[in-house]
Structure formats: structure tokens, C-alpha cells
Design a protein around this ligand. Sequence first.
Ligand SMILES: C[S@@+](CC[C@H](N)C(=O)[O-])C[C@H]1O[C@@H](n2cnc3c(N)ncnc32)[C@H](O)[C@@H]1O
Length: 168
Amino acid sequence: MTERMLDTVTWTGAERVLDVGCGPGLALIAAAKRLTSGKAVGLDKWMVIHGEVNNSKAITLENARIEGVEDRVEVQDGDASAMPFADASFDVVVSSFVFHHLPHDIQHQALREIARVTKPGGRILITDDRTGELAAALRKLGLTDVSNRRLVFPIHLLSARRASAVVA
Ligand SMILES: C[S@@+](CC[C@H](N)C(=O)[O-])C[C@H]1O[C@@H](n2cnc3c(N)ncnc32)[C@H](O)[C@@H]1O
């Protein structure tokens, strides 16, 4: 599913990519493998989910090293609802299996943040279940080319593009 998500981008290799809630780095590392001069940045608040204790920046960086992409990967501590990045910082923003962990109001704040940090013309790709409401929220934020297609039930790939200014 991660590769199918990333296959929807026409990569140049120079992109700045953000993986929101990167966890151990599945999408982060897969994206980094598609880069040459670009950078893949992971953001996470390192929650313990389903008793899984191996969730930390050190483990994600070690995974990147094992996969041979440590030169193209950065990992930052932070919350999806208040990201430590300037406006329009990323060409591609991905997030997989994070949104269903977020409370409703935080979901909307995180979408607003994703829209804010995406460059005009940049792509947003979210893999999760029940993405229909997220698609509607992205449209309200002024994002374009919003599509929501099923990968494997109940998992959907939500895709959008930031055309211009984000609705406040
Ligand atoms: C199920 S894991 C998915 C990890 C990874 N994206 C993947 O597909 O393997 C969910 C991740 O979201 C992170 N997370 C949950 N809420 C977050 C938030 N508000 N801000 C940043 N990360 C968050 C958790 O710490 C965890 O690493």
C-alpha cells in the first residue's frame, strides 16, 4: 500500500517529503529511496500504540541506516496538529495509518497543518480507513484534485494537491 501511494507521484528525486506520524519509518524510508538530492523528513510524537514500545526517533534513524538512506532522512519530534515547519516547506506530504489515532478536532487541525506546510502545487497523500470525512475537510481547505480511492478494504488512499492559498 505504501508503494502504491508513492507510485502516484511523478518523482524528480529532488523533492522535500514529509511523513506525518512516521513511526518506524515505513513510508519515510520508501520515499527516501525515490530521492536523489531531496530529503525525507519524519515527524512523530512517539506514542506507545497497541503496547508497542519500540517507537522512537533512534529506531527510525537506525531503520533508515539499515536501508541505506540515512543521508536523505531527517526525523523530528513534534505533533501533527502543530508542526515545527515553515509554510510551504514540502513538495509531498504523506501520512499512513495515523489519522484514525487522532481525536476528531485534532484531525482537522492536522489537515490544516498539512495544507499549510505543503508547497503550492505540492501533493498530499493519506492512507487510512474512513478517509471520506478527511476528503471533505481537505476540499473545504481549498485543496484541489481531491480523490479518495480504496486500496484494500477498509483502507483508502486520499490524494490532494495544494493549488494556492489555504482557506483560513
Ligand atoms: C500506527 S503508527 C503508523 C506509523 C507509520 N506511519 C506506518 O505507517 O508504519 C501511528 C503513528 O502516529 C504517531 N502519532 C499519533 N498521533 C500523533 C500526533 N498527534 N502527532 C504526530 N504523530 C502522531 C504515533 O506515535 C505512531 O508512530
